[in-house]
Ligand binder design. Structure first.
Ligand SMILES: [Zn+2]
Ligand SMILES: [Zn+2]
Length: 315
C-alpha cells in the first residue's frame, strides 16, 4: 500500500469510530467519560467557593474553551489527525520489521495482576507527562506552542483543553510509544488516560478553593495548578509541572505553594495572543518567525485595552 492508501484506510476507520461511538454507551467510550467529568466540574464550580473572584461561566474565553473540549475530545479523532499518527506508526513498524525487529513488546502483562499493570502505567505516564511538560517550559521552541495554554488570564475547568494542536503530538502520540513497547494495548492506555488524567486535568483548572494540606505535596489540585498558571513566580521557567502527582515537583525542586500571596494568571505575552481558535493555532508559527512586534502591531493596542479592562474585573 502507498502512503495515501494507508492514510485513507486509517481515516475511514477513525471516521466510523468517532461517529458510531457517540451513540455507543459503554465504559470504554471516552466521550461519555469526558461529558461526566465536565458535569462533575461544573457542579464543583457552581457549588463550592471560588478561588479567583471572577465568574467561572461568564469569564472571558469560557465558550472558546468549551469549543476546545468538543474539538479535542469529540471531533479530533474524526478529523484524520489520529489517522496520520497511525500511518506514521504503521511505517515505523514496517521499518523496524525490515531491520529484523518483528515483535517490539518487552513484557507479557497478562502475567501480572491488572491492578499492578494499571498502577505502573499510571505512575510512568505521570512521570513522562512531567518531563514533557517541563520541556515545554524549558525550551523556547516548545514554549511558543505551550504559551497558548498559559495566555488566558481567567481560567476554569474547560481551560484544561485550551492548548495548541502540536501538544497532541508531544503529549499524546509519542508518550504512547514506550507503553506499546512495554506491552500495553492502546485501549488500556487510552482508558487510563481518559478516566484518570483527563478528570485530573479538568479538576486542577476548576476555579474552586481547595485545602489539601499535607496532600498538596502528593496530589495536584487547583491550589497548586493555579500557581503553575501564574506569572508572579520566583522561577523564569515556571513551577508545579505535575499532571497528577506533585511528588515529581517536590523531588526535582519545582514545587511552589506560597501562602502569603495570590497568583496572577497569564503570561507577559498574553496581550499578543489572539482570542480566536484559528488565531491561537497560528500564533506560535508567527511568533517563531517574526516575534510579537511585527505580527500584531494593530492588535497590540486592542489587547492592551482588553487587559486593563480585565485587570479591573479581577482586582
Ligand atoms: Zn505549563
Ligand atoms: Zn493548566
Amino acid at each position: 500500500m502507498d502512503f495515501v492508501e494507508v492514510y485513507q484506510h486509517y481515516f475511514n476507520y477513525f471516521w466510523d469510530y468517532s461517529w458510531t461511538r457517540l451513540f455507543n454507551l459503554k465504559p470504554t467510550n471516552n466521550v461519555y467519560w469526558v461529558i461526566l467529568w465536565c458535569v462533575v466540574c461544573i457542579g464543583l464550580e457552581y457549588f463550592l467557593p471560588k478561588k479567583m473572584n471572577y465568574d467561572s461561566f461568564k469569564r472571558k474565553g469560557f465558550w472558546l474553551d468549551i469549543f476546545y473540549v468538543i474539538f479535542y475530545d469529540i471531533l479530533f479523532v474524526g478529523l484524520g489527525i489520529l489517522a496520520f499518527t497511525y500511518t506514521i506508526e504503521h511505517y515505523f513498524k514496517t521499518f523496524m520489521g525490515s531491520m529484523g525487529v518483528e515483535d517490539m513488546v518487552l513484557f507479557n502483562l497478562d502475567a501480572i495482576p491488572l491492578f499492578w499493570s494499571i498502577l505502573i502505567l499510571f505512575v510512568l505516564q505521570d512521570f513522562f507527562e512531567w518531563v514533557a511538560h517541563y520541556a515545554m517550559h524549558r525550551f523556547d521552541f516548545l514554549w511558543a506552542f505551550h504559551k497558548i495554554h498559559h495566555a488566558p488570564e481567567e481560567i476554569s475547568f474547560a481551560s484544561s483543553r485550551h492548548f495548541h494542536v502540536m501538544e497532541i503530538f508531544v503529549f499524546k502520540s509519542f508518550l504512547y510509544l514506550p507503553f506499546a513497547v512495554l506491552g500495553y494495548s492502546s485501549q488500556m492506555y487510552t482508558y487510563v488516560v481518559v478516566t484518570i488524567f483527563i478528570f485530573d486535568a479538568f479538576f486542577t483548572h476548576c476555579n474552586i478553593k481547595t485545602n489539601f494540606g499535607f496532600f498538596n505535596y502528593i496530589i495536584n489540585n487547583p491550589e497548586t495548578h493555579f500557581w503553575h498558571h501564574s506569572k508572579n513566580l520566583p522561577s523564569k521557567y515556571g513551577v508545579n509541572f505535575a499532571s497528577v502527582l506533585n511528588i515529581w515537583d517536590y523531588l526535582f525542586g519545582t514545587y511552589y505553594l506560597p501562602t502569603d500571596k495570590k497568583p496572577i494568571l497569564g503570561i507577559d505575552d498574553s496581550k499578543y495572543v489572539p482570542n480566536s481558535f484559528v488565531g491561537q493555532q497560528l500564533y506560535p508559527f508567527k511568533f517563531l518567525l517574526f516575534g510579537n512586534g511585527e505580527t500584531t502591531k494593530k492588535g497590540k493596542v486592542k489587547h492592551k485595552k482588553k487587559k486593563s479592562k480585565n485587570k479591573k474585573k479581577t482586582s
